[in-house]
Design a protein. Sequence first.
Length: 275
Amino acid sequence: MNRHVTISAFGLCSLLLLTNFCTAEDKKTTLNSADEKFIKHEAGAGMALVKIADYGVKKASKADIKSFAETLLTDHIKANEELAKLAASKGVETSTVIDPKHAETYQMLERQNGTEFDKEFLATIVSGHTKCVNNFEEAAENAKDSDLQAWAQKMLPTLKIHLEKAKELSGGTGEAMAKATGNRAKNRRDRDSRTLTPLDQGSSKSDTEITAQIRKDIIAGHDMSLNGKNIKIITLNGLVTLRGAVNSTEEKSKIAEIAQRQVGAHNLSNQLEVK
């Protein structure tokens, strides 16, 4: 794909998003909180995906992966435009700025070249689209707004095709591919135990406050090991996931109790591992 066309398309998408954002600025949303949250989350994820796809167009070393990246870019620019129009019609304000929480992923892709870039690019697409398909399936079935539900239903087949194509190009499908993708993501997270996974951590005020409070309470514990204090805490839509290594089963339980005080046991996924 011509680089000038790619950047122009991305610029057009941003302009359309800005226009729609301004149109919706003074409107009160007609959606319930779950539908509004879905639109805002997918608007941000869609813009991030466009940037990641653009990396693929520019840096992929294999022709079939580059072609796939071009398809992603075209499809998601169009999807972003549709979602921006839908958001404006429902009075939902969406940001025109790509969320900085994705910075670690961008930096990782910028550092990689050749076949290593291809692997990381496809792993990122598989991971992102797996979450995306899950979110869209939920909206397609349970969204209260009929227009939003119809749009989610329309988008699902394309997203599933993207996901299967990414798995195919990666040389694996099913559980083996999911495990390989998860291992790569885990390795990236574990390079710096202080850094949360940008694609996972929610950006809402509530999510960031929950993560900060759990971190504060863990650090305040005098009997916590260095490993315990440096675990990953990821909050998304009020659901907390704990990841990393701790020194004992007792420490694992204590950290879980701290997190449960913030969100309750039903909103906690304790994935901590005892060394």
